[in-house]
Design a protein around this ligand. Structure first.
Ligand code: GRF
Length: 196
């Protein structure tokens, strides 16, 4: 039995979360996803967590008297969950600096571009793919990086490229990139846990 623990943060569909969970179930990732944290109570990713008996937490600043109270709660939950790695998988809220400082090189994010291109505050989802097409880029891809206090700026762990075709639409490009995200995230998490 593995004792490595993962906490996943997501705000949306959660296809990366699902891909990671399936890799855990298949024994490819030597760990358990023990907790799921979201800022969006109605997101599909949360439904998936509930259906698969993964402890879920909704944590939003608006539910607390102060931002500091929210941060303290987040730190307490993570302390209890004791994750070896924290995986951001389409999580749209900024992780508080105190949390980032508490878990150096243990928080990972996946981004749907070849960082440093199309990264930083406001660069997410279709906005990225639209800009890649508009700029006539011949390739795009995804990046997994450690999370630091600056958006999308932490040390890059791995990237995977995909071609951009002349007739691409943000949807077709997003789908091609997302497919690579799913395999790359599994490979990176497996590698980091095995190195540990
Ligand atoms: C992915 O494109 C990821 O790179 C970005 O948000 C999207 C999340 O997709 N951070 P999903 O919710 O995992 O399907």
């Amino acid at each position: 039995m593995t004792s490595k623990r993962l906490t996943v943060f997501a705000s949306g569909t959660g296809s990366n979360f699902i891909a990671l969970h399936q890799s855990v179930q298949k024994g490819i990732i030597p760990a358990k996803i023990t907790a799921f944290i979201t800022d969006k109570p109605g997101c599909s990713a949360r439904s998936y967590a509930k259906e698969h008996d993964i402890t879920d937490y909704v944590l939003r600043p608006l539910d607390f008297d102060s931002y500091d109270a929210y941060v303290q709660k987040l730190l307490t939950v993570l302390e209890q969950e004791s994750p070896d790695l924290i995986l951001l998988a389409g999580y749209l809220k900024k992780i508080p600096d105190e949390v980032i400082r508490r878990y150096p090189k243990r928080i990972l994010n996946i981004h749907p571009s070849l960082l440093p291109r199309y990264g930083g505050k406001g660069w997410y989802g279709h906005k990225v793919h639209h800009a890649v097409i508009e700029n006539g880029d011949q390739e795009s891809g995804c990046t997994i990086h450690f999370v630091t206090e600056v958006y999308d700026d932490g040390p890059i762990i791995a990237q995977r490229k995909v071609p951009v075709f002349p007739d691409d639409h943000p949807d077709t490009l997003a789908k091609r990139v997302l497919k690579e995200e799913h395999t790359l995230y599994t490979e990176v998490v497996k590698r980091l846990l095995e190195q540990d």
